[in-house]
Design a protein around this ligand. Structure first.
Ligand SMILES: *[C@@H]1O[C@H](CO)[C@@H](O)[C@H](O)[C@H]1NC(C)=O
Length: 389
């Protein structure tokens, strides 16, 4: 899945830094590289990964994380909705769940390649679901939206700590300080949730410009997924709680991505009208692959937050179930809330952990607002409170 070929980053004037310090730095970088050929590797580290100063004056992001709206891709009657909305309310997020039509076989046939389709039924439904969310976004008057899948998890401090710091790093990356994420005509997609955007630190031409920042809500290196940890160490981002933003190289999985109006139009009207006709050498098996191709090969200007801020939770994948011919969890068999029992990959303090509900339910004193109590608790400490229970 991650064996996609290594690619050189197209020169993107927007995602390259400008200004004197940077060009002086590039000169130093060049000289250092020439002088100590054996240590080119180190030089690349020096040039690419420097940590931005922590800004203490950041205010929490608003309820739509500085975007125009947050839309979740969720099929009708999905048993995950309740826990998604609970996690949203715990974190102060305003999540819209666009109604999906009941997709017919014709709908599925319409987006599959006319012959040799590699899109299985589950992936086709997800494809239609993402398109539906983008259509709903374009019916609004907003400039940007965050699209998330309904089984994703995030840290409870996403809105108050992580997003303000991430948005600041993105403004620095873009060299634009108008707008919460810089000017919206400078980017197409911000990949906030993915299952990896790896590049090879020994290949200078494909190393994007990186802004690195401190995120105290991030798991320590040793708690990260081994691939994530390996990647970070390999590119020299080997401090704990060091997160990066950079021009995307090849991000996969559309757990959560922000998109501008123009880009949403391009995705709807050009990239995902239907599965491209391919041979088995380069099949396009899912919507996220199409978006990756948009970023990598088709000129979209994409930014990755690395490691990701959203990751799919321990819930069973609906796509896999549909495609295996297993029945999807039925509404009536689902418990009131479908909550995450096991830790979510790369997320420190899970907003979808079942513990939050347990704590809330355990508050019996009527003078205490249980919901507010849990919300305050989720914000409390620099460490994840839940770990200590
Ligand atoms: C949140 O902030 C963004 C960016 O400033 C803005 O476009 C959006 O309307 C705000 N949303 C809410 C609900 O305040």
């Amino acid at each position: 899945m991650f064996e996609t070929k290594r690619i050189a980053l197209p020169p993107s004037p927007v995602l390259r830094p400008n200004g004197r310090t940077q060009s002086r730095r590039e000169w130093i970088c060049l000289l250092v590289s020439l002088a100590i050929l054996g240590q080119v590797y180190m030089a690349i580290h020096y040039c690419s990964v420097s940590i931005l100063p922590w800004k203490h004056d950041h205010h929490a992001a608003n309820s739509t994380l500085g975007f125009g709206g947050i839309y979740a891709v969720s099929r009708r009657g999905s048993p995950r909705r309740q826990s998604l909305l609970s996690a949203g309310s715990l974190s102060g997020l305003d999540i819209t769940l666009p109604v999906q039509p009941i997709w017919t076989d014709e709908d599925i046939a319409r987006i599959r390649a006319p012959e040799n389709s590699f899109l299985d039924r589950g992936s086709a439904l997800a494809w239609l679901g993402h398109r539906n969310a983008l259509e709903k976004f374009l019916k609004s008057t907003d400039d940007t939206a965050l699209i998330m899948e309904d089984d994703v998890d995030w840290d409870t401090r996403l809105r108050t700590q992580q997003i303000p710091q991430t948005a600041y790093a993105i403004r620095e990356l873009l060299g634009s300080h108008d707008g919460y994420y810089g000017r919206t005509d400078l980017w197409d997609i911000i990949w906030l949730g993915h299952c990896g955007d790896y590049f090879d630190a020994t290949k200078g031409s494909e190393i994007p410009v990186i802004k690195s920042y401190n995120d105290p809500a991030m798991p320590d290196l040793e708690e990260l997924h081994p691939w994530t940890r390996g990647f970070l160490e390999e590119i020299g981002a080997n401090h704990n709680q060091q997160r990066l933003v950079h021009a995307s190289v090849q991000p996969l999985c559309t757990f959560a991505y922000a998109i501008t109006r123009k880009a949403a139009e391009k995705v709807l009207n050009e990239l995902t009208v239907r599965e491209p006709s391919r041979d088995s050498e380069s099949p396009c098996k899912a919507y996220d692959v199409r978006l990756l191709e948009g970023c990598r090969d088709e000129g979209m200007r994409c930014i990755s937050v690395n490691p990701e801020l959203f990751h799919h939770s321990g819930l069973l994948s609906e796509i896999a179930q549909v495609s295996d011919g297993r029945p999807i969890e039925k509404e009536e068999t689902s418990s009131h809330e479908r909550l995450v029992e096991s830790p979510t990959t790369n997320i420190r303090c899970s907003a979808r952990s079942r513990k939050w509900k347990e704590i809330q339910d355990s508050v019996t004193d009527p003078s205490i607002n249980a919901e507010q109590f849990v919300r305050d608790l989720a914000e409390l400490s620099a460490e994840c409170y839940i770990d200590d229970l």
